[in-house]
Design a binder for this molecule. Structure first.
Ligand SMILES: Cc1ncc(C[n+]2csc(CCOP(=O)(O)OP(=O)(O)O)c2C)c(N)n1
Length: 318
């Protein structure tokens, strides 16, 4: 946990608090909707894991690119995806960010560096590397982020991309959101040791407490700063907890019961520190929640009122 004198300024703290609340409230909003089957997509929620994408994205510019995986809402919202086009995509509407073709696992917003992701575990890692290579070849200043879960570290593409990016010195930040589970398989069943031990052979590596947004803020400042300055790859391992079952909207009471969730809640941790530093009070927090909830309601109305794609458009983009 950061000591107060290392706190980011109040603008950064407020930004991070708002983004984490947005990811949390957006996810919670979907919980009762999902079982009614009006959403045309599976859902992999980010509840409890908000600190990782938020503590990362606070350091990224709109030009920095990012690829992520099936668990996409956290990084997409942290990077700034339009809430209405995200909601419409979940409803399978033509106004969705992928024009209804992608669903939750394929969120795009090119203007903000989200050019595409992959639901194939590990697939997004290579997309991130491609974007980093493009940045290098065009002498651009921006960097690329490959954002993935611990389950992706046993895929061949992970190792290939570590090797390729170190060899070619591309500006790529690997961010492993290590929530200890790949579907229903615990990490020690599919992972030999800790990916950080191995990544250190290839590149500069950072270990981060992914349940504490201030630790993510600090670690990512170093990791992002390194990639931007050295124009070389780096690796950030963020250990966090998966509060939900792998898929869907149930809390994983077996592996992450209520007391564990309370102790590890990244939003509670930041709120407590900000309140003790007089950066915000209880009514300020309520105000943020009310604003965020209104935005979510507006997005829901927009999505519901949007049309489905017409059958004639089936082969468009094919
Ligand atoms: C190549 C491939 N194998 C299997 C799957 C099925 N699958 C979807 S998500 C998942 C677990 C991924 O775990 P992790 O990468 O740790 O991400 P998390 O769900 O924990 O965020 C699996 C096995 C898939 N989509 N792609």
């Amino acid at each position: 946990m950061n000591t107060p004198h290392r706190l980011p300024d109040s603008t950064a703290c407020l930004w991070m608090l708002k983004k984490m609340i947005l990811i949390r409230r957006f996810s919670e909003y979907l919980i009762p909707i999902y079982p009614t089957d009006v959403l045309e997509t599976p859902l992999h929620l980010h509840i409890g894991q908000e600190a990782v994408p938020v503590g990362l994205c606070v350091h990224l510019t709109d030009s920095d690119t990012i690829s992520f995986s099936h668990r996409s809402h956290g990084p997409a919202l942290a990077k700034g995806i339009n809430l209405q086009s995200l909601m419409a995509e979940l409803y399978g509407k033509i106004t969705g960010c992928s024009r209804s073709r992608g669903g939750s696992m394929h969120l795009v917003e090119p203007e903000l560096g989200m050019h595409g992701s992959s639901a194939i575990v590990g697939g997004g890692i290579a997309l991130g590397a491609g974007m980093a290579l493009a940045a290098k070849l065009s002498n651009a200043d921006h960097i690329s982020v490959s954002y993935f879960g611990d389950g992706a570290t046993n895929s061949g593409i992970f190792w290939e991309t570590l090797n390729f990016s170190a060899l070619k010195e591309i500006p790529l930040l690997f961010v492993c959101e290590h929530n200890h589970w790949a579907n229903n398989m615990p990490a020690h069943h599919h992972m030999y040791g800790d990916p950080l031990l191995v990544s250190k052979v290839f590149m500069e590596s950072f270990q981060i407490d992914g349940t504490d947004v201030l630790d993510v803020y600090k670690g990512m400042a170093q990791a992002v700063g390194y990639v931007k300055e050295m124009k070389k790859p780096a690796f950030a391992l963020c250990k966090t907890l998966r509060w939900m079952t792998h898929l869907g909207v149930s809390y994983d009471e077996t592996h992450c019961p209520e007391n564990m969730r309370q102790k590890s809640c990244p939003i509670q941790k930041l709120q407590t520190i900000m309140m003790s530093e007089n950066m915000i009070d209880a009514s300020g927090i309520q105000h943020i929640i009310a604003e965020v909830d209104q935005d979510i309601l507006d997005a829901d109305t927009f999505a519901k009122n949007s049309p489905f794609p017409s059958p004639d458009s089936l082969m468009e983009d094919a």
